[in-house]
Design a protein around this ligand. Structure first.
Ligand SMILES: [Zn+2]
Ligand SMILES: [Zn+2]
Length: 130
């Protein structure tokens, strides 16, 4: 049983790395043909585990969480239309969380920077009809 679990975790990890910031649905779809077949609950469990272990990053988007196999610190662009995430090409601001001096007792554990807008595809589709 343990071998099967390890194998499924590895499959989920590889899917996250192979896809571009996938959400759980996209990972399930990518793994649909694999054996042993991983059900939805298994995929979710493995995503949580891998994120806790720091093997992948979970990015909260306001919709379905997305996952990133790239652990280097970087920011993201999110399309408000299709929900896809892209890497933002800009230098990381060091010590941003240190600038937060008065949290009012809030225990800060991390932060996510996501720029919101329209991806090239959606932008084209939205402006294409006119
Ligand atoms: Zn889009
Ligand atoms: Zn990324």
């Amino acid at each position: 049983m343990e071998r099967r679990n390890t194998r499924q975790r590895q499959q989920v990890l590889e899917a996250v790395r192979a896809l571009d910031h996938p959400d759980a649905d996209e990972i399930c779809a990518a793994l649909a043909g694999q054996k042993p077949r991983a059900g939805r609950a298994t995929v979710y469990r493995n995503l949580n585990l891998l994120a806790e272990q720091g093997e992948i990053r979970r990015i909260e988007t306001g919709g379905a969480d997305r996952y990133d196999g790239c652990l280097r610190p970087h920011y993201h662009l999110r399309c408000r239309c299709c929900g896809r995430l892209f890497d933002a090409h800009m230098p990381v601001v060091e010590g941003l969380d240190k600038q937060l001096t008065d949290t009012g007792g809030f225990a800060v554990e991390g932060y996510t920077i996501v720029f919101v807008g329209l991806c090239p595809d959606c932008n084209k589709n939205l402006s294409g009809g006119r």
